[in-house]
Structures are given as C-alpha cells and as structure tokens.
Ligand binder design. Structure first.
Ligand SMILES: [Zn+2]
Length: 1059
C-alpha cells in the first residue's frame, strides 16, 4: 500500500523529475489539503474551507454517491515533499549544484559588474563553532543575493595557517625527548600537515552550510605564492621606512616564550595583583626646589604605588605630572595598626612600623585623605607645590643603591589611584618607555624569555617574576624600610589568549611597523569606508588613533620568516630591494621552508653572495596578523575576477583590533588606500540565556549537530542547513546573537510553514502553462490586490538585502508568506482552484497570481534558503524561460524579480477598499465562529452573512462586490460562506431575527453591522456551497448553478478513468 506510506513519509523525489509524468495517481485521491491546512493555512481555514477537499476525500474513500463528481475537482498535486528531509535532501541538492558547476556558470554568465566579498581567513585549528557558521552564512547570503542581481560574484575562501597554537599542538603531541630533538624543518612539516588537514575538515563543514565559494582554489597563508606576496608587502613597507628594529617593551608571554600582539591578549575577570606602596628616599634637589625641600632632609621620601613589584629592580625614575599639586606630608602614627589589619590580606610594611621617627612623604595633594585611610596614619601637610617643582630631584633606588631622577611624565599620571607619583621602568611599560626616551633613561629589562630574572637583577637572578621573584622583591623592599603597605588589587590584566596565563611587559629587540608614519593616512581612509553598523567607525577610529607601533616579529618557528640578514660583527640588519626581491623569488618557488634549509649564501642575492660569510639570516617569524593582514595583496591583487579594494569585508566585532586593522595598516602603508570599501561587523553567538557558550556549562550549540542531528534524534533532530541559515537571517547580527534548542525549534516551525505555503503554490500549479496567464488588466480586483501586496513585499525585501538587514526580511517572510497569504488569499483561492473548473477563467486568473507568487517568493528566499528554493525549483511543474531565452534549470539561473510598476499602481481607492474588506472579513469570521460554537452552523459554508453599512457609498461598493460577475471578487467567496446579502436599509425584523451579529467600525467606512444566519437552499454535492438552485437541474439535481455550468463546460478528463 504505497498510498498510506506516502502519507507518513513523502515520496523521495528525484532531482530530474520535473515535468516527468506523475507516477503516483494516489496523490490525486489523498486528503491533500488537510496536510496543507496543517502545514500552512491555519486552523481556522481548516474548519471553514474543506468543502471541495472533503468531497475529494470522501470520493477516495469510495462513498459512491458523493464520488460522482470527484474527477471534476482539481485537487492539488505535486512531487514536492511536505517534509524537508533535509539531512538527505540538502546533500543531494548540493551535489546537483556541484555536478553542474552552477555557481561558476551563473557567476561567469552574469553581465553586471564584479562583486568581491573578501573572506577573512578562519584559523586552521579545531572544528567549526557557531561563530564560524554565522560569519560564513552571512557572507553566503550576500553573495547569493548579488548573484541574483546579475553580479559576477567571486568568493575565494581563505585559511590562516601559521602561528603558535598549531605549533603548540604539534609540540604537545610529542614526548619530551622527541621534542628536544625536533629540528625546525620537521616541526614546520608537521605543522603544515596539521593545518592542511584542518582546512579540509573545516571546508567540508562550510560546504555543508550551503556556502558557495571557489572551494577548489582557496587561499592558504602557508602557500608559497601567498608567502611571497606577504614578503613583498613587508619589503615595500621596509623600503618606505615604515619598518624598524628597536628595543621596546612589548607584551610578552612567558608561557609561550614569544611577543604577543594586542589581538592575542585577553583580559579575564578576577585577576588579582600584589600591589604595593613603597617609598624612595630623596637625596638631593636642584637649586630652586632645594630651599623648599631641604628642611625635610634626610627623612623625605617619594611615595609610589605599583601593581608589579617585580619591575622595581628595573626602576629608572619616578615620574610626576607637572600640572598636579603635590604636598610634603609628615607621617603621624596617629591611628593604630588595628585599622589596617581589619582589612583582609592588607599588610603594613616596616616603613610604618618604625615609630621613633616621623618621616615625610611626597604625594599628590588630592590623594591625602585616601592614603590616610588606606595606610591608617595621619598625614600632616607641611608644604604644597606643583609637580614641575620636583623635576630632577634625585632619590636612591631602594634595591641597588643607585641614584635616579624624578622626571615629568604625561597626562597618564592622574589621581585616580596610587599616590600621583609613578614608578617608571622603561623596559616594562609603554608610557614609561616614552618618558624614558625623553629623559634618556636606561631601558633595563632584567627578565628572560621564560619570565625569570636575569643576572642583571642581582640577588633575584633565576626567580620567576610572576611568582617567587615578585615575593622576593616585596620582602627586600620591606627589609630596606621602603615598603609602606601591600594589598591585593583586582584589575584587568592581559593574559595570553592561548595559554590562558598572565603576560608581562618586557623590552626586547623586535621588528616594528611604525604606525606613526602613516597613521593620518589610515585615519583619512577610515573616513571613506562605509561601516556597518555605523558605530563601528568609532571603534576602529579609537583603536587606530591610539595604537602604538606594531611589533611584527615573533620568536617562533611556524610562520613566514622576517626576511632580514644581519652583519656578523656589527649586527646591522640588511634589507634592500635586491634582498627582498631575491627572497621573494625563492619563497614563491619553494615556500618559506627554504629560509630554513637554504644557506645564507643561497638566500642572498648575487650582489652579496661573495660576502655571504659576513652575514647570517634572522630567525624571527612574522606576527600572524601580518600574514592575514596581507591577504588583500596575496589574493585581491593576484587572482582573476577579483579587484582591489574589495567591495566588502565581513567579520566579528573583535576584528576591529585584529584583521580589519592589520589589513588596513599594511594596505595603507604600501598603497595609500584601505583594502575595503565597506566593512560589516557582527557580534558573538551566545546561548539562549545570553551566556557565553562553554563546554563546562554544557550550552554549546554545534552547527554540525544542528544540521545533521545528534545522538538523541528527539532532543537533537537534524534540522538541515536551511534552518540554521534561517536563524542567521532572523537575528540582528550587529549585536550579540542568541541560539539554543528552543530558538531552533521556532526556526524549524517557521521553515515548515514556509515550505507548506510553497507546496500549496506548487501543487495548485500542476497543470499550469505560462501561456494560460490572464493579462493583468483582465484580472479580478482580489487578484490585482494580491499582486499589489506581492510587489510591495518584493520591494521591501530588496531594501532589506540592500541594507544587509536580513532580520527584516525574515520578519516580512514570516508575516507575508506564512501568515497573511495563508489566512486570506490562499484560503479564499481554494474554492476557485478546486471547483472553479479546470480551464475556467477564475481558476486561471488565480493560477496567474499563484505563479507570480511562487516565482517571486522562490527568488526572495533563495539567498537565505537556497536548498528550499532549489527544491521548489526542481519540482516546478512548468518551464520557466529566463531573460536570455533559455529554460531556467536551477533557481540561481533566475534574476532578481523585475519590478512590476503597474502592479503597484492599483488605485488608492481600491487598495483602501481591500484593506477594509480584510478587516471586515476578520470581524465576520468572529461572528461565524460564534455561530459555529452555538451549533447554528458546522462549516462556514452553511452560513449566510448579512451586512448593513451606515454609509451609503460603502453600501454601494459592497453591493458591487456581491454581484461581481467574475466569481473571484464575490463577497461570499471572500468570506467562504454560501451567501452574502448587503441590506439597503436596516430591516428591523431581520436584524432582530438574525441569531448571531457583530459590528465593524472604521473611520473610512463608518459602522457596518454583521449578521449570520443559516444559508438558504440545499448543499451542492460538488462544492458544498448552499444554493437555492440546487435541485433545479434535472440532469444534475445535486449541483448548484456554478457547478452545473462547470460540469457542462468541462469534458470528463482522462484522469476520471484511473480509479
Ligand atoms: Zn457547487
């Protein structure tokens, strides 16, 4: 029994069976519309509109009497499945696209300009998460929309392949001995293999999302041609003087033994530092200040505060703000120690405990009360003066006894915390470094790669600065009577985003890109780019205007080498046009491995080869942000069909300080232009409650499981890619977005209903031919109004795509294609479609409207739901000729719907009338519902509706509709009742005798009275409408006049013979 099984699971549909004869006559007798009703047409319509359908159903059940006219009823039929069966069906559709090279063919054939969305490369490490899905699907929606708009779309997917995480993964996979023996080249081979394997895994997932791209030729940052292009970017920047080598404090990760970029840091909550207040004794003051201060010698101290006591050995100065007021205060041990010890974990130093003397401290005047309470002392102010007075005073370093100066720092010195005097260690802080340059201070950084003190730090040698070293420094300061107070301090502190361990600031020899050299150019370029959302511009401006020089060197193996040679004796670096060109040529042929396996002599250009022994090659690699930041040069500038700048970059909001910025800087420095015309940013994906997803919370939504289903198919059904894509379209991605089981269920429900609507359209066009179209001018008003609404929807949806506001499209589709259409036009259409007569005008004009809806909706949704759109297209029961005269075999061979201005020009009066009728109809439905509840009627077809309008003009217009000759506009068809009578005057007797009444009031129409009673006449066997004429036709005594005409006009179709 194939029939019943087909009710449970829709027939599997071959991809090429469009226009093939229907093999399942069983569809004809299925209670088809019961499913449609559940699928898309709402429960209300199920009750009211099942007349002809029930006739068909009963016929199928063999009810002899009622089956007499079943072959004259045009029941819907289609090969398009009710259920998506996406887990099976979507891969079939993707294979179809792939086999026919649909993306490439359509992009090549399109005659509009080229559109280039340049892909930001995901990191080739691990499997994909929801953020990747959001990102790539957004890109695909845009690309597919542009494809429909006739653009030549090229989308080259990329992967970021170098860098520490991959290097660490490779290292972690080995035992200690193997690791020690490991040569750089071997490590690089393993890292490359790991990256390529990951690329393949991720690519498979991206394809399954339905993303169209040049998957056969992606860009990988490890490919020789990419590396060569990157070396060229570096070379050009170097030759323009934007690259320099310097000893500067950089973010350094002791746990990874490398410098880190801003974008490689994170600032976890809850970091606590050991903060200390310490004093440095003043030894001398220059002449003018001398008079003022000497009375306090030798007990006069500078008080400082730091959260990194381990940097005190590198202290080279104390900085003050020239414009702030400072005081000399006498420290009175007025308040007892008890005050301090009450506070948890706060420890007073010996500076406060020696009570036989009263020392003097210099602090910012504004901070005196705060310090009194913190230290538990009384500070008696003796003198006040501006910070500038203190310049060039000298103090003795409490640990090494050296004399150091007081210097003037900048506005970074405030009275928000601390003492207003800043301990300055130019080797360990950015601002300190700048102040140090101004005063020629030594850049001391007695810390090694692993974060341990070096010999330079004397007694602390070998101690870890973030552990024992820190403690030892605090202890030593206390012994020197310098320590005032130690207390835990909670603040934002940079951590290595990979190892999750704290970083330090440390001066090392590094390569830098001098952002100052082209900052203004970059700021000007930002101004010319379109930023979506608009506030993103402020973010990139803030980050670009404040960023310091970019440290681009890393002390790691898995990366592109910094192509620099050093002189053996002078250590002077060698970079010239020739060296860059030569290295670039070598790398483009052999890949960057060559830097490791070729000799310096081979790597040097001819000009230097005779002196090769005087040089050695550098061992630093480039920051991976320089890799990905060069993609515009390696991809946009090199591939056919692409152009520079790209039309669009689209990434997460964190890329303002990552890829958007590194791309901007390299591009500005070498070309003077931004690499993009428009930049879109999206937020992060959180769980349904707005929490970050994490394995430990168990709230991770895995895109692969969303699509293919999880272990438990009840909790984790396979929704398919389109449901995931529908979710992407539904969220306002400019902020953080939420996803979880509940949201996915809602999406799946929306998808199911939309599929139901499309199935209704397809199944009622099974006998449709384009040449049967009714010309627009001949259409009934209800059909013109439907096209007017459709055209407005097309326009609004196009606006949504143009502005990249997909959630608006989602809302319109949900409201229009699922609710509005089903509740009205399609609901009313069933009568015309099923019993209006196969070749009748009323059915064909309705089919004209349905075809227009199908052809529009399928294109409107195609960018978001490409699989659904293609599934519809492959089941299209008629041929569609595209603009170039060929048959559209795939949905993307169509173009975006051409605007039908005439459809929009429906007279305003008519539009108003139909809007009124829609509202009136829902009031009528309420009264019908009451009548049904009161058992006066069963289905709405058993009812007759009375209307009386207080406004004469409205009465006329309603009467016009009542007597509409075209069936379609007739009011009783619109209300799905058997009769409607518009009363000229309120007939009191009638009004009081009608059992169910209601009212509709509107400014335009005034009051309209609604009454419902039982319909006149008998029930027509064929269409279930009640009519006085039923019984008056001798040859067909059970038919109404309409059906009688239809039967007489319609010869018995061949299908009648089937069952
Ligand atoms: Zn009838």
């Amino acid at each position: 029994m194939r029939a019943s099984s087909s009710l449970v699971s829709p027939p599997r549909i071959g991809l090429h069976c469009r226009n093939a004869p229907l093999l399942r006559p069983v569809l004809f007798v299925r209670p088809f519309c019961t499913e449609i009703a559940e699928g898309c047409l709402g429960s209300g319509s199920k009750r009211r509109a099942r007349g002809p359908v029930m006739a068909g159903k009963k016929a199928s059940e063999g009810a002899k009497q009622e089956g007499k006219y079943k072959h004259t009823v045009d029941l819907p039929k289609t090969t398009f499945g009710l259920r998506a069966n996406a887990v099976v069906r979507e891969p079939e559709i993707q294979k179809l696209w792939e086999d026919h090279h649909v993306f490439k063919r359509v992009a090549d054939r399109n005659t509009g300009g080229s559109f280039v969305l340049h892909d930001g490369p995901p990191y080739a490490n691990g499997s994909l998460h929801m953020g990747h899905a959001l990102n790539k699907i957004l890109k695909d929606i845009i690309n597919r929309y542009k494809l429909l708009l006739n653009y030549k779309v090229s989308f080259v997917p990329g992967w970021d392949c170098h860098g520490l995480p991959i290097e660490l993964k490779v290292l972690q996979s080995m035992d200690e001995d193997t690791r020690r023996e490991l040569k750089p080249l071997k490590l690089r081979q393993k890292a490359a293999k790991f990256a390529k394997d990951t690329v393949n895994i991720q690519m498979k997932s991206f394809k399954r999302f339905g993303v169209w791209a040049d998957w056969d030729r992606p860009y990988l940052t490890l490919s020789p041609e990419y590396e060569a292009a990157q070396i060229e970017v570096f070379g050009q920047m170097a030759l323009r003087g934007y690259i320099y080598r310097g000893r500067k404090p950089v973010h350094w990760s002791p746990s990874s033994c490398t410098a880190l970029a801003e974008a490689e840091l994170e600032y976890p909550e809850g970091h606590i530092s050991r903060s200390i207040y310490a004093t440095f004794k003043i030894t001398s003051a220059p002449p003018p200040s001398c008079h003022m201060l000497e009375e306090f010698f030798p007990e006069l101290c500078l008080a400082i505060w730091t959260t990194t006591p381990w940097t005190i050995p590198a202290n080279a100065a104390v900085a003050v703000n020239a414009k702030l007021e400072y005081v000399v205060a006498e420290v009175h041990h007025a308040l007892e120690e008890a005050t301090i010890s009450e506070k948890k974990q706060t420890k007073a130093g010996r500076f406060l405990k020696i009570s036989e003397r009263k020392p003097f401290v210099i602090v910012a005047s504004e901070l005196v009360p705060m310090l009194e309470s913190k230290w538990g002392v009384k500070l008696v102010v003796k003198k006040a003066f501006l910070g500038s007075t203190l310049e060039n005073c000298r103090y003795v370093h409490p640990l090494n006894g050296k004399e150091c100066p007081v210097v003037l720092g900048g506005d970074y010195i405030t009275t928000e915390s601390g003492t207003g005097l800043v301990h300055t260690a130019p080797g360990h802080g950015q601002e300190d470094y700048i102040t140090g340059l101004k005063y020629g201070l030594p850049i001391v950084s007695p810390v090694d790669d692993e974060g341990r003190f070096t010999e330079e730090a004397g007694e602390f040698n070998g101690l870890e600065v973030l552990g024992a070293g820190n403690a030892a420094v605090v202890k030593c300061l206390d012994e020197q009577l310098s320590l005032v107070l130690e207390e835990p301090y909670k603040h934002k502190y940079p951590y290595d985003w990979r190892t999750k361990k704290p970083t330090i600031f440390r001066a090392t020899e590094q390569w830098f890109a001098s952002v100052d050299g082209f900052r203004q150019l970059a700021m000007d370029a930002i101004n010319k780019v379109t930023w979506i959302p608009a506030q993103a511009e402020n973010r990139i401006i803030a980050m670009t205007s404040s960023r310091s020089d970019w440290c681009i060197s890393r002390q790691r193996t898995w990366g592109v080498p910094i192509p620099v040679f050093y002189h053996v004796h002078s250590k002077e670096p060698l970079i010239s046009e020739e060296t860059i060109a030569h290295v670039k040529a070598v790398v483009s042929k052999k890949g960057s491995d060559a830097w490791w396996y070729m000799s310096t002599e081979e790597l040097l250009p001819h000009k230097y080869q005779n002196n090769a022994s005087e040089y050695y090659k550098g061992t630093d690699t480039m920051d991976v942000w320089f890799d990905s930041g060069s993609s515009w040069a390696a991809v946009l500038g090199k591939r056919d069909g692409l152009h520079f700048p790209a039309d669009l970059y689209l990434e997460g909001t964190d890329q303002h300080r990552g890829w958007f910025q590194s791309s901007l800087l390299t591009s500005i420095a070498t070309t003077g232009n931004a690499p993009y015309s428009c930049v879109i940013t999206h937020g992060f994906v959180l769980d349904e409650k707005g929490m970050k997803m994490s394995k430990s919370l168990g709230n991770v939504v895995d895109p692969d499981i969303v699509i293919n289903g999880g272990k438990n198919s009840k909790d984790q059904p396979g929704y398919g890619a389109d449901v995931l894509r529908l979710w992407v379209s539904s969220v306002d991605y400019t902020g953080d977005v939420l996803i979880g089981p509940q949201i996915l269920r809602q999406m799946s429900e929306t998808y199911r209903k939309l599929r139901g609507t499309l199935r209704f359209l397809l199944s009622n066009l099974h006998d449709w031919k384009t040449e049967n179209s009714v010309p627009y001018d001949d259409l009934p008003k209800i059909d013109k109004f439907a096209l007017y609404q459709l055209e407005n929807v097309v326009k609004t949806i196009q606006d949504g795509y143009e502005l990249y506001q997909f959630y608006k499209i989602y809302q319109i589709i949900q409201r229009f294609a699922i609710v509005d259409l089903s509740n009205f036009y399609l609901d009313v259409a069933k009568d015309r479609l099923y019993v209006g007569g196969s070749a009748s005008f009323t059915r064909r004009s309705c089919q004209t409207v349905l075809a227009a809806h199908l052809l529009s909706i399928v294109r409107l949704i195609a960018p978001i739901l490409p699989h659904l759109a293609e599934d519809v297209w492959q089941n299209l029961p008629f041929e569609y000729i595209t603009g170039d005269g060929s048959i559209g075999k795939f949905v993307f061979e169509l173009k975006w719907p051409v605007p039908n201005e005439s459809w929009l020009r429906m007279p305003a009066d008519d539009v108003d009338l139909w809007k009124t009728i829609l509202e009136l109809r829902s009031e009528v439905n309420k009264v019908l519902e009451n009548a049904r509840a009161g058992k006066l009627i069963g289905s709405s077809l058993e009812a007759k509706v009375y209307l009386h309008a207080s406004d004469g003009d409205v009465t006329c217009r309603l009467q016009e509709l009542c007597t509409a000759g075209n069936e379609a506009d007739a009011l009783h068809r619109i209300f799905i009742t058997s009769q409607v009578e518009v009363l000229n005057s309120p007939n009191t007797e009638l009004v009081t005798s009608v059992p169910y009444t209601g009212n509709y009031t509107d400014q335009r129409t005034g009051e309209i009275w609604i009454g419902v009673s039982q319909a006149d006449g008998l029930k027509c066997e064929r269409c279930w409408n009640y009519e006085p004429q039923v019984g008056s036709f001798a040859d067909h005594p059970t038919l109404c006049a309409r059906c009688y005409d239809v039967i007489n006009m319609q010869p018995l179709p061949a299908a009648a013979g089937i069952s």
